[in-house]
Design a protein around this ligand. Structure first.
Ligand code: GTP
Ligand code: MG
Length: 411
């Protein structure tokens, strides 16, 4: 595939030779908003060898330190590495390769470090980030570590730029697990509990393991422990999964592939089960379905496990949802008592759940919920009575148009 806009290769010809000063200058041009620079960088072809690992999480948990350690570990394993820290509080390194604490015995030329100011008050990522990533990739990096801070809305945007998303938190961060429920820690591929040298790290890692299906790592970036395991797992995961399709640039400038969505689509089929783990194993053996997320939904007294075909994190054809009751008065517990395991409900996503409920009520449809309730992942859902739906318990869910790469956190 050739460059989409002729200027890209020309303006940044030297970057592709691996010349670091040329790379530094190119990034400065993009960062400074030089005319045509961002477009030219975005027009460069993404080299297939280059993969992006995002490190994101609350301020001060040790992301920079961890990025340095991981970069050193990758470089010692023979990778060419770039670190891009998008962070106002990142120390200006003045060209230093790695933080002082990191003793690095590999080829000093193997790591390129760059920090970029995050624009104050701007939600999400600076629009320059996708262009700078492309320059780093063209400049020869095989692994690009992208560090960003934050826990609020829009943080998961960074995960859409990455082949592998790592959410970092730290022991002793009191509300860490609470914040995790908000989303970032659910959608990240890996969770790292850093500062394992401090009390409470093990317990925190255990709570994350209970909360999410993906791997959870304990590290001390200060002492350098846990790094080899993290590096090896990251490399394995990158090997196992296909590269992001970067033929269309992602990021703030990219068209949102989730909008506009269809007015209505099948989201999942719910199955009542006695034991979610056993049922997940059954479906894995039967059809190779994999768990993409699990949620304790107190509103309904259930543990909900979402399954999808391997490699699909937001299957267009819908999920399978396994519902295991966790309280005796859960509707699913009553269902199991009466009818045993089996099909429980079908869920469709709709554009505007309140509007749909009002329209159905106006037509005399029997609703279980007149007002939406909070289902798995905090999404708005409502049930329609089987008496009005051909004997099927029907769930409606407010569509959220998550990007295709983002697991849908819902029930
Ligand atoms: N005890 C301990 N301290 C750590 C560890 N990792 C980092 N720190 C310290 O925590 C502080 C913050 O580390 P950074 O790496 O700057 O954290 P950060 O997440 O990048 O912070 P921001 O970029 O400001 O969001 C520093 O003083 C580090 O030395 C660790 O594993 N254990
Ligand atoms: Mg930092």
């Amino acid at each position: 595939m050739g460059s989409r806009a002729g200027g890209g290769a020309g303006m940044f010809r030297e970057v592709a030779t691996g010349d670091r000063r040329a790379l530094g200058r190119a990034i400065t041009l993009v960062e400074g908003g030089a005319a045509g620079a961002r477009e030219a960088a975005l027009a460069l072809d993404w080299p297939a060898r280059a993969r992006v690992i995002a490190l994101t999480g609350p301020p001060g948990v040790g992301k920079s330190e961890l990025a340095n350690r991981l970069a050193a570990s990758l470089a010692e394993a023979g990778r060419r590495v770039a670190v891009l820290a998008v962070d106002p509080s990142s120390p200006r390194t003045g060209g230093a390769l790695l933080g002082d604490r990191v003793r690095f015995t590999g080829d000093p030329g193997a790591v390129f470090f760059r920090s970029m100011a995050a624009r104050a008050g701007e939600a999400g990522l600076a629009p320059e980030v996708p262009a700078v990533l492309r320059l780093l990739a063209v400049g020869g990096a095989e692994r690009i570590l992208l560090e960003t801070a934050g826990v609020g809305q829009g943080d998961d945007a960074v995960l859409r730029l990455a082949d592998l998303g790592i959410a970092v938190t730290a022991a002793g961060l009191g509300d860490g697990v609470q914040a995790a429920k908000a989303g970032l820690f659910e959608v990240a591929d890996f969770v790292v509990v850093n500062q394992a040298d401090r009390p409470g790290a093990e317990a925190m890692a255990a709570s994350f393991r209970a909360l999410r299906p993906g791997p959870v790592f304990l590290t001390s970036a200060l002492e350098g422990t846990g790094m080899e395991g993290l590096r090896a797992a990251a490399e394995n995961e990158l090997e196992a999964r296909p590269s992001l399709d970067r033929s269309v640039p992602a990021g703030p400038d990219a068209p949102d592939p989730g909008r506009p969505g269809p007015a209505i689509r099948l989201h999942h089929v719910g199955i009542a089960v006695k034991d979610g783990g056993d049922a997940a194993e059954l479906w894995r053996e039967l059809l190779g379905l994999r768990e993409t997320g699990r949620y304790r939904v107190d509103e309904f007294g259930v543990l909900a496990l979402f399954l999808a075909p391997e490699g699909e994190r937001a299957p267009a054809g819908g999920f399978l949802e396994l519902l295991e009751p966790v309280t005796a008065d859960s509707p699913v517990a009553r269902y199991l008592d009466r009818r045993g395991e089996g099909l429980h409900h079908v869920c469709f996503e709709v554009e505007d759940i309140r509007e749909t409920l009002a329209a159905l009520a106006a037509r005399g449809v029997r609703l279980v919920d007149r007002e939406p309730r909070r289902g798995a992942g905090g999404h708005l859902v409502a049930f329609i009575h089987p008496a009005s739906a051909g004997g099927v318990l029907l769930e409606l869910k407010q569509a959220d148009h998550g990007s295709p790469s983002e697991p849908v956190r819902t029930g």
